[in-house]
Design a protein around this ligand. Structure first.
Ligand code: MLC
Ligand code: AMP
Length: 485
């Protein structure tokens, strides 16, 4: 069974003030399953509420692939995901840009409907994720991969039904949905979802009934908690804090060690691979080191010519992975799928890493400046640039990720054009793509730095994250104040 183990725990999931016990959840999910079984795929509005959990569990118990749609998606992105995925039904409240038949989801509905457990080879999820260019691609993830990943993490973190999981992460990414919801249900530990991942909500969950023991967060969440000592102190009683989805700064781990008495273990993954590398709960904390390959996963490092890189803890190569947790491919994109694997069958993560002789990994950056991680969300520079070029005032656009104490990277747009009003441009992207893909800052320049071939030289743009900074940068003629977020 993908979900649901024997447990004495009554509470299954609490989201904000709504909660449901295990029996109620299976029965409400059965009511969804009875209405959608046989559908090719269903799109689920990924709002942070109980209906989303019921919709996902209902679809999985019916063996229908789930397409999570970001709750903050703008109209173009939502339309793209719904159409590209081939979803036949929309589960959740009606949304602009969706013309599918709509199935309302009611957590208080009860049904005795049952179906046999679907095959482990069946698709569990089609999760949309950004590349460096083009619209998001649908990563097809099997039930087998989800189960393998969760079981490996259970082992790494000594995760048991006695744990109470706490997080407030979005219910449309691997972190919040696969680990944060399906993980809790597979293990049988209650989930307290805080709706937003605010420091105060995490602190309250540590003192709730039942009290949280296992806390998940992206580095932005941990950094906000580290800056709020009262909330950090409340986490002293937690069994385990876990950080992932982006690099955890040393300063944040150190501040948590001082105030909460412990710092998070780290783990590394991607939408396409699920979590592949994790530090064990009982391992000494080493900030920036994300642990060893999970059981069933193998990793290797390769240089730009495909040659092996030594495991000396210093030499950098592209991290490549293979194993039980990997996705099946990008939906309807055989070429992009083939390009993401090496000829000898390893998935190219696009992350630069080092590995030490004990097999511990440290992620040192991305191979491409066009892949941005902001607040733990993955955003392709190309897709934001394409959206910006649709704005009537914008003639040229270059988007970079700039180092940011809060978000890790913040999206900065360099624009050439006439009468550019930054707020209008930022809202334009938020309305079309999604709120988390909007530039946090706009810098208007007279021209973009280009090489002889006409290609924009992003490393010459002021503040662009990564190596290659240089004096010959264009000076912005105007910019939004940094406070304008
Ligand atoms: C502000 N808002 C706007 C706006 N300006 N909306 C539209 N247009 C504008 N111009 C609104 C937003 O919609 C939102 O509304 C509110 O302002 C705050 O949004 P924000 O500024 O984007 O939120 P912020 O506070 O910065 O959020 C930080 C954060 C969030 C950390 C809470 O980024 C987050 O939840 N990150 C987690 C990402 C994650 O789970 N990644 C895992 C990927 S899986 P409202 O109404 O919503 O408040 C993966 C695999 C692995 O990576 O390894 O795990
Ligand atoms: P996504 O597909 O949204 O899951 O994003 C995957 C990317 O997040 C990876 O390719 C990494 O760049 C980044 N990432 C995930 N976990 C970590 C981590 N622990 N440390 C550094 N980067 C991470």
């Amino acid at each position: 069974m993908l979900l649901g183990s024997d447990t004495d725990q009554e509470l299954a999931v609490r989201v904000g003030r709504e909660e449901i016990d295990r029996e109620g959840l299976w029965s409400a999910a059965a009511a969804v399953a009875s209405r959608i079984h046989g559908a090719r795929a269903v799109a689920v509005h990924g709002a942070p509420d109980l209906s989303t959990v019921v919709a996902v569990v209902g679809a999985l118990s019916a063996g229908v692939p789930v397409v999570p749609v970001p709750a903050d998606a703008g109209i173009d992105e939502r339309r793209h995901i719904v159409r590209d995925s081939g979803a036949a039904l929309w589960l959740g409240p009606p949304q602009e840009g969706v013309d599918l038949p709509h199935v309302p989801v009611d957590p208080s509905a009860r049904s005795p409907f049952t179906l046999p457990e679907p095959s482990p080879d069946a698709t569990a999820l089609i999760m949309y994720t950004s590349g460096t260019t083009g619209p998001p691609k649908g990563a097809v993830i099997s039930r087998r991969a989800v189960a393998a990943d969760l079981d490996a993490l259970v082992d790494a973190w000594d995760w048991t039904p006695e744990d109470v999981l706490v997080h407030g992460l979005p219910l449309f990414h691997v972190h919040g949905l696969v680990l944060g919801v399906l993980g809790a249900l597979r293990v049988g530990s209650p989930l307290l979802h805080t709706v937003r991942p605010s420091p105060a909500a995490y602190a309250a969950a540590a003192g709730a009934r039942p009290s949280g023991s296992l806390f998940f967060g992206v580095p932005t969440v941990w950094s906000r908690i580290a800056r709020d000592p009262d909330s950090a102190r409340a986490l002293a009683r937690a069994r385990l804090l876990v950080s992932g989805s982006a690099p955890l700064p040393d300063t944040v781990a150190e501040a948590l060690r001082k105030t909460a008495g412990h710092s998070p273990v780290e783990r590394y993954g991607m939408t396409e691979t699920l979590i592949t590398v994790a530090a064990r709960a009982d391992a000494a904390r080493r900030t920036g080191w994300v642990g060893t390959a999970l059981p069933g996963v193998t990793t290797r490092l390769r240089d730009e010519h495909g040659r092996p890189v030594p495991d000396d803890g210093r030499s950098i190569g592209e991290l490549q992975v293979r194993g039980a947790t990997l996705f099946e491919g990008y939906l309807g994109l055989p070429r992009a799928t083939a390009e993401s694997w090496t000829e000898d069958g390893w998935f190219r993560t696009g992350d630069a890493a080092v590995r030490d002789p004990e097999g511990l990994h440290r992620i040192v950056g991305r191979m491409s400046v066009d892949m941005i991680k902001t607040g733990g969300h993955r955003v392709g520079a190309g897709e934001v640039e394409a959206a910006l070029l649709g704005h009537p005032s914008v003639v040229e656009a270059a988007v970079v990720g700039e180092a940011d104490d809060d978000l890790g990277q913040r999206i900065v747009a360099y624009l050439v054009g006439e009468d550019i009003r930054p707020e209008s441009v930022i809202d334009f992207v938020a309305r079309r793509l999604s709120a988390h893909k909007r530039p946090r800052e706009v810098r208007v320049v007279r021209e973009l730095p280009r090489n002889a071939m006409g290609k924009v030289q992003k490393k010459l743009l002021e503040g662009a994250d990564g190596p290659g900074a240089c004096e010959h940068r264009p000076r912005p003629v105007s910019r939004t104040p940094p406070a304008a977020r």
